[in-house]
Design a protein around this ligand. Structure first.
Ligand SMILES: Cc1ncc(C[n+]2csc(CCOP(=O)(O)OP(=O)(O)O)c2C)c(N)n1
Ligand SMILES: [Mg+2]
Length: 560
């Protein structure tokens, strides 16, 4: 081995990140990992210093989703690590590659409950794909190399690495590990022919796309396959960017608030081609669309993790490969001259177009969210990145925004509130040339509202559409359904969010009517600053299709 120069542990670690191709780090500093921060001082890496570790981890998750490469997050021990868990959970449920570095107490103090001591293997054990602690400075290159492979291979996910403080200040002479490569796979011999046979026998097939390990090329390849087969294609919960909404085969999303015609279509299908997704609780409509363990529909399940195949649903054909490799293989499939289901695809498409037309929606109050969506649909560039957290406000985005490009959606399938703002900040940092719009509720926004300061600090002109109904609306909706009229712990008294934006050094607008939205959006764009459009909707506007009063009345009537 060639002679290496001696380096500090913290510096070896940063050099490994550079060697693995890392360009961005999202962090909140801590005294537990000063040697790493010192390494970052001279590295060719953009560092985003955040206001709370949950936000930092969510920014790293956004990076992982947009690039397919692990998002890197650095936090301090105990309290920092606890905050970061919020983002680790998102990365797990969304199958996002992410590596979280956590400062750790000195090795010699372990097991005494030293200051901020935590057992990270226990704390993150159920959420991360792998948790480790680097005990020997010489092993940093080996373990970092492994972390990149684990985070990106099979079903991607989060890796957590604890860094004992005293290890980071030891020195060693070690070589850098070469850059990782994502481990690829392919359908097994004969499986594509088997799929062709199943398609030839089908009368009512449907495709559902989900998960991660897609890319723009794979989306185009699948779209081409769908076109040749006139195959009705849906996407899973919060995975709208996996299929172009302007494609004649696109029939909508199998998520929360599903188009009833689409739910019926999936339930009645004789063949489901499930690519990348898991058909978990939300897309499966609480595990009702497919029987468990043997679905009534024939199921072709394509997934990069063999452990996922047969875990809940017994597939007719299990293809253990990534969506990208599968999409590539589809080009060899010959399509029937005129698929038997072509008319059905057209009918489902019509149903989707009607379902996703915001112009026909009328709700109580002077600010019509349907019209706001119609405005955005005609004014946003096709490559605008849309982000959100959790809340009923997100329905407007998911149902009416037509994603036509890959890499335009950051939406947590874990339903984590507070994700939209940090995701927008992370997205704008990674893709500064793109328009980035965050949808947030009044509840959702303030869960990580402090990251608006990060947007200002790095001059990131994101636009937040903040939908304020003065409550945790989703929970109020459930209350009215199950305990009508008994409002408990769901009302919120909010700040003036336009003033909030200005106080941070951003641009703020108060929007109370439909007519005010467009000009306010234009001014926000023109300001060149991070902006908040404080949209005050009528609290009765709980969804595009109903009001709180109607829900309450229906619940009371059902009790009589
Ligand atoms: C971190 C987190 N805490 C709590 C919840 C439960 N929850 C789901 S939606 C919601 C209310 C969201 O309120 P808001 O952002 O104002 O949106 P709205 O439903 O009012 O449109 C809550 C509390 C959650 N999903 N995530
Ligand atoms: Mg709300």
């Amino acid at each position: 081995m060639s002679q290496q120069k001696s380096r500090l542990g913290g510096h070896i670690l940063v050099d490994q990140l550079v060697a693995q191709g890392v360009k961005h780090v999202f962090c909140v500093p801590g005294e537990s990992y000063l040697a790493v921060l010192d390494g970052l001082h001279d590295a060719n890496i953009e560092v985003t210093v955040c206001r709370q570790e949950g936000g930092a981890a969510m920014m790293a998750d956004a990076h992982g989703k947009l690039t397919g490469e692990p998002g890197i997050c650095m936090v301090t021990r105990g309290p920092g690590a606890s905050n970061a868990l919020a983002g680790v959970h998102i990365a797990k449920q969304d199958s996002t590659p992410l590596i979280l570095f956590v400062g750790q107490i000195e090795r010699g103090m372990r097991e005494r409950e030293a200051f901020q001591e935590m057992d990270y293997r226990a704390v993150f054990g159920t959420q991360a794909k792998w948790v480790t602690e680097i005990d020997q400075v010489e092993r940093i290159p080996e373990l970092i190399s492994r972390a990149f492979h684990v985070a990106t291979s099979g079903r991607p996910g989060p890796v957590v690495i604890a860094l004992p403080e005293d290890m980071l200040v030891e020195s060693a002479e070690v070589a850098d590990a070469p850059r990782y490569e994502v481990i690829e796979s392919a359908p097994a011999a004969g499986q594509m022919a088997e799929l062709q046979k199943l398609l030839a026998e089908a009368r009512n097939p449907v495709a559902i796309l989900g998960g991660s390990r897609w890319n723009a090329q794979a989306v185009a390849q699948f779209a081409d396959f769908a076109q040749r087969h006139a195959l009705p294609t849906a996407v899973s919960f919060r995975r709208q960017m996996l299929f172009p909404a302007d494609h004649p085969c696109y029939i909508g999303d199998v998520g929360l608030g599903i188009n009833p015609a689409l739910a019926k279509r999936v339930a009645d299908a004789d063949l489901i081609l499930l690519v990348g997704g898991r058909m978990s609780e939300n897309p499966s409509q609480s595990y009702t669309l497919l029987d468990i363990p043997v679905p009534r529909q024939k199921l072709v399940h394509v997934h990069p993790d063999s452990a996922e195949l047969g875990r809940v649903y017994r597939p007719t054909l299990a293809v253990n490969t990534s969506p990208a490799a599968f999409a590539q293989a589809l080009s060899d499939l010959k399509a029937p001259a005129r698929p038997a289901w072509a008319d059905d695809t057209r009918a489902m498409r019509e149903s989707y177009l009607k379902w996703s037309d915001p112009a026909s929606i009328t709700t109580p109050g002077r600010l019509q969210m349907g019209q706001v969506m119609a405005y955005l649909e005609s004014h946003l560039p096709a490559d605008a990145i849309m982000t959100n957290g959790a809340g009923n406000y997100a329905t407007w985005l998911h149902r009416f925004h037509r994603h036509t490009r890959y890499g335009t959606q950051l939406a947590p399938t874990s339903g984590s509130m507070g994700y939209g703002l940090p995701a927008a900040v992370g997205a704008k940092r990674v893709r500064p040339d793109k328009t980035v719009v965050c949808f947030a509720g009044d509840g959702c926004f303030l869960m990580h509202g402090q990251e608006f300061a990060t947007a200002v600090q790095y001059d990131l002109p994101i636009i937040v559409v903040l939908v304020d109904n003065g409550m945790y609306g989703t929970i109020r909706m459930h209350q009215e359904r199950h305990y009508p009229g008994r409002i408990s712990a769901t009302a919120l008294k909010n700040p003036d969010f336009a003033d909030y934006a200005r106080a941070f050094g951003g641009h703020g607008e108060r929007v109370e009517t439909t007519e005010e939205f467009g000009p306010a959006f234009e001014r926000a764009l023109a300001s060149g600053k991070p902006a908040i459009l404080h949209c005050l909707i009528d609290p009765e506007t709980i969804s595009p299709s109903t009001t709180l009063q109607k829900i309450r009345e229906a619940a009371l009537k059902a009790r009589q």
